[in-house]
Design a protein around this ligand. Structure first.
Ligand code: SF4
Length: 344
């Protein structure tokens, strides 16, 4: 069978042994620690994850403690990392493991893949790193390395391409070093074969990389053009009563489900409209100041937000009223809203 990646293990394993960054989730092969790191690292840079990872494991050192965690504490520890469904799914999966696997992390790729929030990439990472199974973990980094290495012009976001690369990599997984091989590919993509300006001169694959030989490495990988993000214009309200600010909860489904937020509308308001809105909420508004214009970008949506600070003479209990210090300390407020609070 054609094995286009046959040369990779012998080039990458010694390089990885000499160059692996000493990251905290590499201290041992505990599947709980590896799993939490892989979920946190989705869409998030290593440097941004390090502090969150340490605090999360301090608070929830075992699968059972994560399963039992109060949701507000879970979200507070995730505050600022974004993609909060990851935290929710971590807890759901922890509960599945406690209920159906007696608290022991499942060992087969199929069982791991079936956990909430776990896709083929994460299942491959855990199965290979923690249980030495020949399962590939193919994410954007690995797709980029493979496309350049083979000078492959296929769009890497086509599912068929990912399936092909996964199968071709799994043909060459080295027995007894599956975990190291998975991590060596990740490490190469993160530190050498980077999205811009790949460091081909120091790359352990430079002698067999077709992208380098053909001069196409910098232009690869190819991707299908992204769809434009949906634009949503919002008005966000910092409602102040005495020394307290109003909060409310988002709906239990959809974007930022169940999280706390500053009161807001899905319409751009003028100051006069903002005052009318506040009056209609029985807030008895007495003064208004513009609080700036902010943009927050999600995967598919772009929020453009106009902020309004409104001093209120009434504090109706449809809102939760807390001091800014209490909010910062006790409430998980998504970054999109926290930016407004920080201006106070
Ligand atoms: S030689 Fe360059 S393009 Fe090829 S894998 Fe290494 S860093 Fe990437």
């Amino acid at each position: 069978m054609n094995a286009p990646f046959a040369e990779l293990p012998k080039a990458l394993l010694p390089w990885f042994a000499a160059n692996a960054r000493p990251l905290p989730w590499r201290q041992n092969r505990d599947p709980y620690r590896v799993w939490v790191s892989e979920i946190m690292l989705q869409q998030t840079r290593v440097e941004a994850v390090l502090g969150y990872y340490a605090r999360f494991l301090d608070a929830f050192p075992t699968i059972q403690t994560l399963a039992d965690a109060p949701e507000d504490l879970l979200f507070k520890l995730w505050e600022g990392l974004g993609y909060y469904s990851r935290a929710r799914n971590l807890q759901k999966a922890a509960r599945v493991i406690c209920t159906y696997f007696s608290g022991e992390f499942p060992r087969t790729w199929e069982e791991i893949r079936a956990l909430p929030g776990v896709g083929p990439y994460t299942a491959g990472a855990i199965a290979s790193i923690c249980f030495e199974q020949p399962r590939a973990a193919v994410d954007g980094n690995v797709l980029r390395v493979s496309a350049r290495y083979l000078a492959d012009e296929t769009c890497v976001d086509e599912p068929a391409y990912k399936t092909r690369v996964t199968q071709q990599l799994e043909q060459v997984y080295p027995a007894g070093q599956c975990g190291a091989f998975t991590q060596s590919l990740m490490e190469l993509g993160a530190t050498v074969c980077t999205p811009r300006s790949p460091k081909c001169a120091i790359c352990p694959l430079r002698d067999s990389c077709r992208g380098l030989q053909e001069g196409s490495a910098e232009h690869l990988p190819r991707k299908t053009p992204k769809k434009e993000k949906q634009l949503m214009r919002k008005s966000v309200f910092l409602l102040q009563h005495g020394d307290q600010i109003a909060l409310c909860r988002r709906r239990s489904e959809g974007l930022l489900a169940g999280l706390w937020e500053l009161p807001n509308t899905d319409e751009p308001f003028s100051p006069q409209q903002a005052l009318s809105w506040a009056a209609a909420q029985n807030l008895q508004p007495s003064a208004l100041m513009r609080q700036g214009h902010r943009v927050h970008i999600f995967t598919h949506i772009r929020w453009e937000m106009d902020g309004f600070f409104i001093r209120c003479a009434a504090a109706p209990d449809v809102f939760v009223w807390q001091t800014p210090e209490q909010i910062r300390h006790d409430y998980a407020l998504p970054t999109a809203f926290r930016k407004f609070l920080e201006e106070l």
